[in-house]
Design a protein around this ligand. Sequence first.
Ligand SMILES: C[S@@+](CC[C@H](N)C(=O)[O-])C[C@H]1O[C@@H](n2cnc3c(N)ncnc32)[C@H](O)[C@@H]1O
Length: 187
Amino acid sequence: MGLFDTVKGVEQYIKMAEGYDGTELIKILHKHLPENSTVLEIGIGPGKDMDILKKSYAVTGSDRSRVFLDKYKETHQDTDLLLLDAVTMETDRTFDCIYSNKVLHHLTKENLKKSFQRQKEMLNQDGILFHSFWKGNKVEEMGGLLFIYYEMTDLKKITESNFDILEMKTYTEVEKNDSIYVVLKTK
Ligand SMILES: C[S@@+](CC[C@H](N)C(=O)[O-])C[C@H]1O[C@@H](n2cnc3c(N)ncnc32)[C@H](O)[C@@H]1O
Protein backbone atom coordinates (compact mmCIF):
# COMPACT_ATOMS: atom_id res chain seq x y z
CA MET A 1 0.00 0.00 0.00
CA GLY A 2 1.52 3.30 -1.06
CA LEU A 3 1.12 6.89 0.07
CA PHE A 4 -1.58 7.53 -2.56
CA ASP A 5 -3.80 4.66 -1.38
CA THR A 6 -4.69 6.24 1.95
CA VAL A 7 -6.81 9.30 2.69
CA LYS A 8 -4.03 10.68 4.89
CA GLY A 9 -1.40 10.23 2.16
CA VAL A 10 -3.64 11.83 -0.44
CA GLU A 11 -4.29 14.84 1.80
CA GLN A 12 -0.55 15.15 2.45
CA TYR A 13 0.14 15.18 -1.31
CA ILE A 14 -2.54 17.79 -1.99
CA LYS A 15 -0.91 20.11 0.57
CA MET A 16 2.56 19.52 -0.83
CA ALA A 17 1.45 20.17 -4.42
CA GLU A 18 -0.25 23.46 -3.59
CA GLY A 19 0.67 26.14 -6.12
CA TYR A 20 1.69 23.63 -8.81
CA ASP A 21 -0.34 22.59 -11.85
CA GLY A 22 0.10 21.77 -15.51
CA THR A 23 -0.93 25.18 -16.93
CA GLU A 24 2.37 25.66 -18.80
CA LEU A 25 2.50 22.06 -20.04
CA ILE A 26 -1.07 22.20 -21.31
CA LYS A 27 -0.23 25.38 -23.24
CA ILE A 28 2.40 23.32 -25.07
CA LEU A 29 -0.07 20.47 -25.59
CA HIS A 30 -2.36 22.93 -27.40
CA LYS A 31 0.28 23.36 -30.11
CA HIS A 32 0.05 19.65 -30.93
CA LEU A 33 -3.55 18.68 -30.21
CA PRO A 34 -6.68 20.24 -31.75
CA GLU A 35 -9.54 21.38 -29.50
CA ASN A 36 -12.25 18.83 -28.69
CA SER A 37 -9.83 15.90 -29.10
CA THR A 38 -10.29 13.02 -26.66
CA VAL A 39 -7.69 12.88 -23.89
CA LEU A 40 -6.98 10.19 -21.30
CA GLU A 41 -5.11 11.54 -18.29
CA ILE A 42 -3.14 8.91 -16.37
CA GLY A 43 -2.70 9.51 -12.62
CA ILE A 44 -4.93 12.56 -12.19
CA GLY A 45 -4.17 12.81 -8.47
CA PRO A 46 -6.13 15.82 -7.13
CA GLY A 47 -7.29 16.57 -10.71
CA LYS A 48 -5.94 20.10 -11.20
CA ASP A 49 -4.73 19.31 -14.73
CA MET A 50 -8.05 17.58 -15.47
CA ASP A 51 -9.83 20.84 -14.67
CA ILE A 52 -7.64 22.72 -17.15
CA LEU A 53 -7.77 20.04 -19.86
CA LYS A 54 -11.57 19.88 -19.66
CA LYS A 55 -11.82 23.48 -20.89
CA SER A 56 -10.63 22.44 -24.39
CA TYR A 57 -10.81 18.66 -24.64
CA ALA A 58 -13.10 15.67 -24.02
CA VAL A 59 -11.21 14.30 -21.04
CA THR A 60 -11.31 10.95 -19.27
CA GLY A 61 -9.48 10.92 -15.95
CA SER A 62 -7.80 7.86 -14.50
CA ASP A 63 -5.70 6.84 -11.54
CA ARG A 64 -4.61 3.65 -9.85
CA SER A 65 -5.68 5.15 -6.52
CA ARG A 66 -9.38 4.83 -5.77
CA VAL A 67 -8.93 7.44 -3.03
CA PHE A 68 -7.96 10.16 -5.54
CA LEU A 69 -10.78 9.17 -7.92
CA ASP A 70 -13.42 9.18 -5.15
CA LYS A 71 -12.21 12.56 -3.93
CA TYR A 72 -12.40 14.11 -7.42
CA LYS A 73 -15.84 12.58 -8.01
CA GLU A 74 -17.17 14.30 -4.86
CA THR A 75 -16.90 17.70 -6.52
CA HIS A 76 -17.12 16.69 -10.21
CA GLN A 77 -20.02 14.22 -10.51
CA ASP A 78 -20.30 14.52 -14.28
CA THR A 79 -16.69 13.49 -14.99
CA ASP A 80 -15.67 10.38 -16.92
CA LEU A 81 -13.29 8.51 -14.60
CA LEU A 82 -11.59 5.11 -14.87
CA LEU A 83 -9.65 3.11 -12.29
CA LEU A 84 -6.58 2.23 -14.35
CA ASP A 85 -3.04 1.13 -13.73
CA ALA A 86 -0.63 2.90 -16.07
CA VAL A 87 1.07 -0.38 -16.97
CA THR A 88 -1.87 -2.62 -17.87
CA MET A 89 -4.58 0.00 -18.64
CA GLU A 90 -7.39 -2.52 -18.83
CA THR A 91 -9.87 -0.75 -21.06
CA ASP A 92 -10.89 -1.21 -24.67
CA ARG A 93 -11.26 2.55 -25.20
CA THR A 94 -8.97 4.55 -27.45
CA PHE A 95 -8.00 8.23 -27.35
CA ASP A 96 -6.47 11.03 -29.45
CA CYS A 97 -4.04 11.83 -26.64
CA ILE A 98 -2.73 10.19 -23.48
CA TYR A 99 -1.41 12.71 -20.97
CA SER A 100 0.29 12.48 -17.59
CA ASN A 101 2.05 14.95 -15.32
CA LYS A 102 4.62 13.44 -12.93
CA VAL A 103 3.18 9.95 -12.82
CA LEU A 104 5.26 7.58 -14.93
CA HIS A 105 8.36 8.05 -12.75
CA HIS A 106 6.58 5.82 -10.22
CA LEU A 107 6.89 2.81 -12.57
CA THR A 108 9.92 0.54 -12.82
CA LYS A 109 11.86 1.03 -16.06
CA GLU A 110 10.55 -2.29 -17.34
CA ASN A 111 6.97 -1.25 -16.57
CA LEU A 112 7.49 2.13 -18.21
CA LYS A 113 8.39 0.29 -21.41
CA LYS A 114 5.25 -1.87 -21.05
CA SER A 115 3.15 1.21 -20.43
CA PHE A 116 4.41 2.89 -23.63
CA GLN A 117 3.64 -0.31 -25.54
CA ARG A 118 0.10 -0.35 -24.16
CA GLN A 119 -0.36 3.38 -24.80
CA LYS A 120 0.58 2.87 -28.43
CA GLU A 121 -2.29 0.37 -28.78
CA MET A 122 -4.72 2.84 -27.20
CA LEU A 123 -4.03 5.77 -29.52
CA ASN A 124 -6.35 6.74 -32.37
CA GLN A 125 -4.86 7.48 -35.78
CA ASP A 126 -2.49 10.51 -35.52
CA GLY A 127 -2.77 10.33 -31.74
CA ILE A 128 -0.07 11.73 -29.46
CA LEU A 129 1.38 11.14 -26.01
CA PHE A 130 2.33 13.95 -23.63
CA HIS A 131 4.18 13.06 -20.41
CA SER A 132 6.35 14.79 -17.85
CA PHE A 133 9.17 13.34 -15.75
CA TRP A 134 11.63 14.44 -13.07
CA LYS A 135 15.05 14.95 -14.67
CA GLY A 136 18.18 13.28 -13.34
CA ASN A 137 19.64 9.87 -12.74
CA LYS A 138 18.58 9.06 -9.19
CA VAL A 139 16.37 6.19 -8.09
CA GLU A 140 14.64 6.75 -4.75
CA GLU A 141 11.93 5.20 -2.63
CA MET A 142 9.71 7.36 -0.46
CA GLY A 143 6.47 6.53 1.31
CA GLY A 144 6.36 3.13 -0.39
CA LEU A 145 6.65 4.83 -3.79
CA LEU A 146 9.36 4.47 -6.39
CA PHE A 147 10.86 7.61 -7.98
CA ILE A 148 12.94 7.06 -11.11
CA TYR A 149 14.53 10.18 -12.61
CA TYR A 150 15.29 10.28 -16.35
CA GLU A 151 17.66 12.12 -18.65
CA MET A 152 16.48 12.97 -22.16
CA THR A 153 18.79 10.31 -23.60
CA ASP A 154 17.11 7.63 -21.42
CA LEU A 155 13.64 8.67 -22.54
CA LYS A 156 14.77 8.70 -26.14
CA LYS A 157 16.11 5.14 -25.83
CA ILE A 158 12.91 3.87 -24.19
CA THR A 159 10.54 5.41 -26.74
CA GLU A 160 12.38 5.57 -30.06
CA SER A 161 11.43 2.14 -31.39
CA ASN A 162 7.70 2.94 -31.23
CA PHE A 163 7.45 6.73 -31.38
CA ASP A 164 8.74 9.82 -33.13
CA ILE A 165 9.63 12.61 -30.73
CA LEU A 166 7.68 15.75 -31.65
CA GLU A 167 9.16 17.72 -28.74
CA MET A 168 11.32 16.96 -25.72
CA LYS A 169 12.53 19.77 -23.45
CA THR A 170 13.53 20.52 -19.91
CA TYR A 171 11.41 22.84 -17.80
CA THR A 172 11.34 24.14 -14.25
CA GLU A 173 8.93 22.79 -11.64
CA VAL A 174 10.64 23.46 -8.30
CA GLU A 175 14.31 23.94 -9.15
CA LYS A 176 15.74 25.16 -12.46
CA ASN A 177 15.40 22.54 -15.23
CA ASP A 178 14.42 19.78 -12.80
CA SER A 179 11.84 18.31 -15.20
CA ILE A 180 11.38 17.04 -18.75
CA TYR A 181 8.28 16.94 -20.92
CA VAL A 182 7.98 14.81 -24.00
CA VAL A 183 5.48 14.83 -26.88
CA LEU A 184 5.41 11.61 -28.91
CA LYS A 185 3.65 10.37 -32.01
CA THR A 186 3.33 6.75 -33.16
CA LYS A 187 5.82 5.79 -35.88
C1 LIG B 1 2.95 12.69 -8.03
S1 LIG B 1 1.24 12.33 -8.23
C2 LIG B 1 0.81 13.39 -9.60
C3 LIG B 1 -0.66 13.67 -9.64
C4 LIG B 1 -1.11 14.69 -10.69
N1 LIG B 1 -0.80 14.25 -12.01
C5 LIG B 1 -0.49 16.03 -10.41
O1 LIG B 1 0.20 16.55 -11.29
O2 LIG B 1 -0.71 16.55 -9.31
C6 LIG B 1 1.28 10.71 -8.95
C7 LIG B 1 -0.08 10.14 -9.29
O3 LIG B 1 0.11 8.96 -10.04
C8 LIG B 1 -0.71 7.93 -9.55
N2 LIG B 1 -0.05 6.67 -9.85
C9 LIG B 1 1.09 6.16 -9.31
N3 LIG B 1 1.39 4.98 -9.86
C10 LIG B 1 0.43 4.74 -10.80
C11 LIG B 1 0.18 3.68 -11.71
N4 LIG B 1 0.97 2.60 -11.77
N5 LIG B 1 -0.90 3.76 -12.51
C12 LIG B 1 -1.73 4.86 -12.46
N6 LIG B 1 -1.54 5.88 -11.62
C13 LIG B 1 -0.48 5.83 -10.80
C14 LIG B 1 -0.85 8.22 -8.08
O4 LIG B 1 -1.99 7.60 -7.53
C15 LIG B 1 -0.94 9.75 -8.10
O5 LIG B 1 -2.24 10.18 -8.31
